[in-house]
Design a protein around this ligand. Sequence first.
Ligand SMILES: NC(=O)C1=CN([C@@H]2O[C@H](COP(=O)(O)OP(=O)(O)OC[C@H]3O[C@@H](n4cnc5c(N)ncnc54)[C@H](O)[C@@H]3O)[C@@H](O)[C@H]2O)C=CC1
Ligand SMILES: CC(=O)C(C)=O
Length: 256
Amino acid sequence: MTTDNRVALVTGAARGIGLAIAQRLSRDGLAVALADLDQDALDRAAASIDGPVATIQLDVADRAQVIEAVARTERELGGFDVMINNAGIAQVQPIAAITEQEMDRIHAVNVKGVLWGIQAAAAHFKAKGRPGKIVSAASIAAHEGYAMLGAYCGTKFAVRALTQVAAKEFAADGITVNAYCPGVVGTDMWTEIDARFAEVTGAKVGETFDAFVGGIALGRPQTAEDVARLVSYLAGPDSDYMTGQCVIMDGGLVYR
Ligand SMILES: NC(=O)C1=CN([C@@H]2O[C@H](COP(=O)(O)OP(=O)(O)OC[C@H]3O[C@@H](n4cnc5c(N)ncnc54)[C@H](O)[C@@H]3O)[C@@H](O)[C@H]2O)C=CC1
Ligand SMILES: CC(=O)C(C)=O
């Protein structure tokens, strides 16, 4: 653990992995702005943070809202050094049945949301003449395609591409850009994925989750806190010589 006086903005921070990241960065010493769609959930999340904290209601698919969130973070917490593009949604559907509306929304959140976060953060760091760190949520689904998760996998492969390109474009400005690739994390997202698999494939509730977990070498699902430990490293000074990487941490499930 480090003592760190920087400021981070974490999207999708009202629950799950985003909340665990915000709690961990706060324990590391950073002030944290929690951003999400739902203000009530944000207020509950903020109450679990001991250090300096702010909340920002936003939809990451809206570029102007993401730019304003970065500006508000600086105004309310006195700085802005780390952008965590964590917000994301899942979608379970066979390729043959994915609708245009579903494809548009998942790309708006998972791909445009990350792109707007990278743009807004990099523009802010450059305008202030400061180095900065950008860390985004990818997934094992950025490295391997999974049946029924075609739209989702497409968005996570895209996050991996954006991470590599942004790392190259912003390196000269002292900005590093990396991503974390969790495996099977026991959050509400996986409860929803499992329930949708049951609807679409006829699997029993719990069966899909158990099948995924059955492939994990370390023999247990990942916790949000496991992911937060990796993000603490990617957001902190120990990863200063690292950029353009999409780091798999999945207990031994996908090997690349
Ligand atoms: N749960 C898992 O097994 C894995 C999750 N991930 C990724 O990690 C990230 C976080 O996942 P979880 O915590 O499991 O998900 P979750 O569904 O439990 O939480 C996601 C949070 O993001 C917020 N959010 C969704 N759309 C948003 C939008 N348009 N604007 C602002 N906030 C929005 C939600 O309100 C929610 O609070 C996602 O990007 C996900 O794709 C990656 C690999 C595995
Ligand atoms: C939810 C997710 O990212 C998976 C299945 O890898």
